[in-house]
Design a protein around this ligand. Structure first.
Ligand code: F6P
Length: 319
């Protein structure tokens, strides 16, 4: 019987457990033996394999995080680490690997294929939504809902006190979270890394609020002005505007996945096992317009997934 493995790597994302469940159950459905690798690529190097069955994935579809746990392995960045991981897989008779994560995970999978010809399939699991080749990544929808809910609460107190709030959301180098959350929370300004933040326009937006003063400014953590704390400092330095800063941080990564993420994670899990059975390798299984897509792993990080320009316009009209 063919034996394959599954790992989660990089930052965790809500829906990873639903994905694990789908990969395990689809594998069993097709008569494959399926092993979970604990602790991402670190666990692959150390041979932390656990045999999965239906029971081991019972009751996890609604849980946040990842039952396989995750890591950002430094060792796997080196050829020596990857050779050790390939050796552990061969010793255990594991012929294929599905890795759920972001671009770091995909770079690791790609190297494993290039150097050791191990069949690899990537599935997009990151709250950042910054991978080319899929409309959405597992975890994104839940993260933007979590952030929006938090900002709705901040709006209440901002309104009562007439305060200017700078709220920083995650997204490393990409503004997808900031843009969606900004539109959904009715922000007066959205600062994203993809465009230059105009400090004067930002100040004008605060002035436009008039006497009530309440202003919600969403800042993507990768913004070139340096994040919410730095923008707050500049606003004071340039215009003597007092602000409050809230950094939402890892709250955006936790919690029970929403319906969209559970369904996406399940669909991609089944499709990833199909891709293994079809002999595909070195690709990411994604979804565009509800259709499964296959993108060479190297393109998922080298091609830029654009932040829709009409979103900027929309945000400006609505501000
Ligand atoms: O890639 C997901 C992400 O949450 C980014 O938005 C963020 O910059 C990063 O991970 C934080 O990583 P860590 O949890 O390792 O600090």
């Amino acid at each position: 019987m063919r034996r394959i493995a599954l790992l989660t790597s990089g930052g965790d994302a809500p829906g990873m457990n639903a994905h694990i469940r789908a990969v395990v159950r689809a594998s069993l459905h097709h008569g494959l033996e399926i092993y979970g690798v604990e602790n991402g690529f670190s666990g692959l190097i150390d041979g932390e394999f656990i045999k999965m069955d239906r029971k081991s994935t019972a009751n996890i579809i609604s849980r946040g995080g990842t039952i396989l746990r995750t890591a950002r392995s430094k060792e796997f960045l080196n050829p020596g680490g990857r050779a050790a991981a390939a050796a552990r897989m061969k010793e255990n008779g594991i012929e294929g690997l599905i890795g759920c994560g972001g671009d770091g995970t995909f770079r690791g999978l790609h190297a494993l294929w290039e150097e050791h010809k191990i069949q690899v399939i990537g599935t997009p699991g990151t709250i950042d939504n910054d991978l080319y080749g899929t409309f959405y990544t597992i975890g994104y929808d839940t993260a933007v809902n979590t952030a929006t809910e938090a900002i709705d609460r901040i709006r209440d107190t901002a309104d009562s006190h007439g305060r200017v709030f700078l709220i920083e959301v995650m997204g490393r180098h990409a503004g997808f979270i900031a843009m969606d959350v900004g539109i959904a929370s009715g922000a007066e300004y959205i600062a994203v890394p993809e465009t230059v933040t105009n400090m004067d326009m930002l100040y004008q937006r605060i002035l436009k609020q008039g006497k009530k003063r309440r202003t919600i400014i969403i800042v993507g953590e990768g913004d070139e002005e340096g994040g919410a704390t730095e923008i707050a400092r500049k606003l004071y330095e340039l215009y003597e505007v007092d602000t409050k800063v809230t950094i939402l941080g890892h709250i955006q990564r936790g919690g029970s996945p929403g319906v969209r993420d559970r369904v996406l994670a399940s669909h991609l899990g089944v499709a990833a096992v199909d891709a293994i059975l079809d002999g595909k390798t070195d690709i990411m299984v994604g979804r565009i317009h509800n259709e499964i897509t296959y993108t060479p792993l190297a393109e998922t990080w080298s091609k830029v997934k654009p932040l829709k320009s009409y979103f900027h316009e929309l945000a400006d009209i609505l501000a």
